[in-house]
Design a protein around this ligand. Structure first.
Ligand SMILES: *Cc1c(COP(=O)(O)O)cnc(C)c1O
Length: 343
């Protein structure tokens, strides 16, 4: 049985969190002499809101999730790291990964001195059967499901996610960094029923704000409370909070860009499929395509010599290269070069 109390690291349970000046005083004061800030306005002379209330209220409205179920991190990478620090005991618990997948899970696990258990996806990059998954799980910890998966581009059903969560006494982290490029339903809809689920999303991809570093976590209050207790007090700076809020006020614009990227993805998929140098192009629900090439090194070198960088994924997938969807003009250039190289 899942019990959050059982998976919180003992030192975190005992932790008496830092209480910032801005946290202890809430209200409207005219004179702030509590935080050793400069009184001279620079636009940024005050510390940011430690709990990002405005930003969370906006996210709450858009996603239909209560503010108390939202966590904002300095990129999803911070959310992942904090989950390890809070809910995974070094040398005891493990990180379970369905491979190939996003590389940061493993790096973050290693930084936190957590051993990894890899469970290979099938040859078509689907999840293995629930029995195989159950047999691989030998301890508590964090189990990552990336859907749509980076770098393979496919999504997994929410019923598989629920089944896995029900078979696990640790936390299931459902990474939906690319969900806006798919027509899949978000795992946020499962939160009410599944106490050990954390859904993470990001403003780095579909919102075009990778430089801002805004990652979002959705989970039950008791999980969010622990993350709030251990996060750096001012983890989201004033500019990021303001810009994030601004972007969320213009959701229509973001949706337009996303649909353009999706139609460019279909175009690039078809073009790559027609080339003589591709072995297989995988259908994708992300803003990228995975393809296997007969001679990937030639492709990488040729493109690089012409100033185009793509992602070499051969360490994970034999002959596999990942290509992000660019602007229509960039995609045209890419397609023309490849057509010339291998018509
Ligand atoms: C890009 C990406 C992220 C985003 O990370 P940020 O730290 O929010 O920029 C998260 N998960 C996956 C699988 C990604 O590919």
């Amino acid at each position: 049985m899942f019990d959050l109390e059982n998976i919180i690291r003992p030192n975190i349970k005992l932790l008496n969190p830092y209480s910032s000046a801005r946290e202890e005083y809430q209200g409207n004061a005219e004179i702030l002499l509590d935080a050793n800030e400069s009184p001279y306005p620079t636009g940024l002379n005050r510390y940011p809101d430690p709990y990002q209330s405005q930003l969370k209220q906006k996210i709450s409205q858009l996603k239909g999730v209560a503010v108390s179920n939202i966590f904002v991190g300095n990129g999803s990478d911070e959310v992942i790291d904090l989950l390890f620090r809070a809910f995974c005991k070094p040398e005891v618990d493990k990180a379970y990964l369905f491979t190939p997948t996003y590389g940061m899970y493993e790096v973050s696990a290693q930084i936190n001195n957590i051993k990894i258990v890899t469970i290979p996806l099938t040859s078509e990059f689907e999840l293995p059967s629930i029995d195989v998954i159950r047999n691989s799980i030998k301890s508590k910890g964090l189990l990552f499901i990336c859907s749509p998966n980076n770098p393979t581009g496919n999504t997994y059903s929410l019923s598989s996610v629920s089944k896995i969560a029900q078979s696990f006494d640790g936390l299931v982290v459902l990474d939906e960094a690319y969900i806006d490029f798919s027509n899949a339903t978000s795992g946020i809809s499962l939160l009410a029923k599944i106490p050990n689920l954390v859904v993470i999303q990001t403003m780095s991809k579909a919102y075009g704000l990778a430089g801002l570093r805004l990652g979002l976590g959705y989970a039950h209050d008791n999980i969010i409370n622990v993350l709030n207790k251990i996060k750096p007090p001012y983890n989201i700076n004033t500019l990021s909070q303001a810009k994030g809020l601004e972007a969320l006020d213009k959701v229509e614009l973001q949706k337009k860009k996303v649909s353009e990227i999706i139609s460019q993805r279909e175009r690039l998929f078809n073009s790559l499929n027609e080339l003589s140098c591709t072995i297989k192009v995988y259908p994708s629900h992300g803003n990228f395509l995975l393809a296997t090439f007969r001679e990937p090194q030639i492709i990488i070198d040729k493109l690089r010599s012409l100033g185009i960088i793509i992602r070499d994924r051969r360490s994970q997938i034999t002959n596999g290269l990942r290509i992000s969807i660019g602007s229509p003009k960039e995609n045209t250039k890419l397609i023309n070069i490849l057509k010339e190289l291998c018509p």
